[in-house]
Write a protein that binds this ligand. Structure first.
Ligand code: ZN
Length: 130
């Protein structure tokens, strides 16, 4: 089994910076050069890499996604969370980051974000370093 990162989300839509948790798994793996894959095994959550310096960027992403995919738009799915499913597919279920000298190779402003679209919930992400 891959390593599991547990993420507790606090609102219906939220982006949680999980970079340090992913870096911990890279360090634990003992692999110094390779690839780190982060995979989110949920249908209403996702993972992305974007700017972590200014929190307004994540707020803008979430606001625009909700404008593009409103909660009530005559969806068929009976569970009432089709907007969450659509947002999850738009953002995607995995990211891969290069690892060098035991460190994630990210751009200066980049962070890895767990994206919640139907919270608050206890979530998880799988991490594999190879
Ligand atoms: Zn559903």
């Amino acid at each position: 089994m891959p390593e599991t990162i547990h993420v507790k989300t606090r609102s219906r839509t939220e982006m949680v910076d999980m970079t340090s948790l992913v870096q911990n798994e890279v360090s634990k793996s003992g692999i110094s050069d390779g690839v780190c894959m982060v995979y989110v095994p949920h249908t209403t959550a996702a993972v992305t890499i974007n700017e972590g310096a200014d929190p307004s960027v994540c707020q803008d992403i979430l606001t625009k996604l909700t404008e593009m995919v409103p909660p009530d738009a005559g969806y068929r799915h009976m569970e009432g969370n089709s907007d969450s499913h659509i947002k999850a597919s738009l953002v995607g279920n995995s990211v891969s980051v290069l690892v060098e000298n035991g460190r994630l190779v990210l751009g200066t402003w980049q962070k890895i974000f767990f994206c919640e679209f139907d919270g608050p919930r206890s979530r998880k992400a799988y991490v594999k370093v190879y």
